[in-house]
Design a protein around this ligand. Sequence first.
Ligand code: GLC
Ligand code: CA
Length: 555
Amino acid sequence: MSTFHEKVVYQIYPKSFKDSNGDGIGDLKGIIEKIPYLASLGVDMLWINPFFSSPQKDNGYDISNYTEIDPLFGTMEDFEVLVKEAKTNQMEIMLDMVLNHTSIDHEWFQKALTGDKKFQDYYILREPKSDGSHPTNWASKFGGPAWEPFGDTAKEYLHLYDVSQADLNWRNPEVRKEAYKVVNYWLNKGVTGFRFDVINVIGKDAVLSDAIDGVGKSLYTDRPIAHEYIHELNKETFGRKEAIMTVGEMSSTTIENGAAYSNPENEELSMLFSFHHLKVDYLDSEKWSLMPFDFMELKQLLNDWQTGMTEKNGWNALFWNNHDQPRAISRFGDPEHHFYASATLQAQTIHLLRGTPYIYQGEEIGMTNPGFSELADYVDIETHNAYTELIEKGLSSNEAMAIIKEKSRDNSRTPMQWSNELNAGFTTGQPWLKVAENYPQINVEEEQATGKILSYYKKLIQLRKEMKVISEGNYRGILLEHPSVYAYVREFDGTQLLVLNHFYGESVSLEIPEEFSNQQSRYLIGNGEKRELTPTFVLEPYETVAFYFNAENNG
Ligand code: GLC
Ligand code: CA
């Protein structure tokens, strides 16, 4: 059995993957239909975003029942078939556990509202300050204050996300027990992977205080107690079984903490998602702004995390895309002029790094941002809140829309483009979110018939399984000062891999360090012309290439 170092995960956003019954919403049966496609990619695990009962205020991240399937997506029987069919095709299932908060429609919250003390202690309730202001000055990550009046009591409840998502009180052992029950329930259904939503913010202090910055992130992120809770979660649930793969979504974390969460000695999680490398196009750290990405910062962040996690024996989840991010090809690539090259450059850059790669649906065929220009075309709650705030700040509606168009989470949530048929073959009905207009050109059928991106992904997935230098090798960054190339070396047991990734649209000439240009090497994989490594090496626009060195072949 392979370890998670050799695995590749494919992320499915169920709402937008495949609709089986024409209601315009993707569902579990739709995923089952596409299992042969997924198996043909060679991926090992399918991470499926939440499909549990939910009022869908935040597309399923507002859960009202953790062990029920929302009828929108199908039935428990469908889920069981999915697990079985995936297994028959050598794929495992990873579920999304949203244990930091529940929907306010959850029975616990509702009981708390009616005055039930036991359930009131499931949430984080505080009295307003004596001047009537909120218990703390923290901001919600989705805009506005992080506190909301709790029914007609004099208290307020904490919501780090939307008002409909109330933070759970992890200090209460009953709450932790409930959380472990949920995880064990799904383990018993044959689930072998878990993605833990915003898990590094579960540990709040007993006494909450005002933040100097008026936002509060540092007061609830990566608290030492979060490590304790995650360790306990491990011991009480997935840690009791063999070979369960876990990944924590770690908002605003540090390398220190990231390594601690994922160092096997600590018995917390297998790996983590960190997000610093996806903020390199934020002007002054502000997401809702426009700025060309800062390549040097991107490279430095990737390099620092790779180096730090290698040294501290942590493990990264490697990714460019997910359901919360605009499409990387539109952000850091050039789909218009260098479609194939920029898509494969991005793929190779992370697939050959140290960590476990994640592919987000559609990435493997080069899906782009849809470029919707009407606010009404967007569904996401965060997007609508941001629009209101931008207008309040004084931006014109055109200015606000220009930002939304680049930054909205709906950029990645548009329906999967399967074919050039109606609605890209996603649904026969009215899709819940518009399909991107480029689907007649960019779709799975077209890609399978004439494209080269999909087959490139398959090769990368295969290589990770075949070559220890990819799955187990150490990492070392080189040519760190180069303004347009991210170059690194992987090393394992006398073998080396040199990976050169060029992030811009002109050709560039590189001086290859002697330690490599002196040795014999083999062209392993690249998106350009196959050729030998020369002391001066020219990379074409968005070219990526990897050379393999085996000390035994070098006298
Ligand atoms: C995570 C999810 C995101 C969700 C948020 C609140 O960041 O990925 O989609 O809105 O948590 O649950
Ligand atoms: Ca459906």
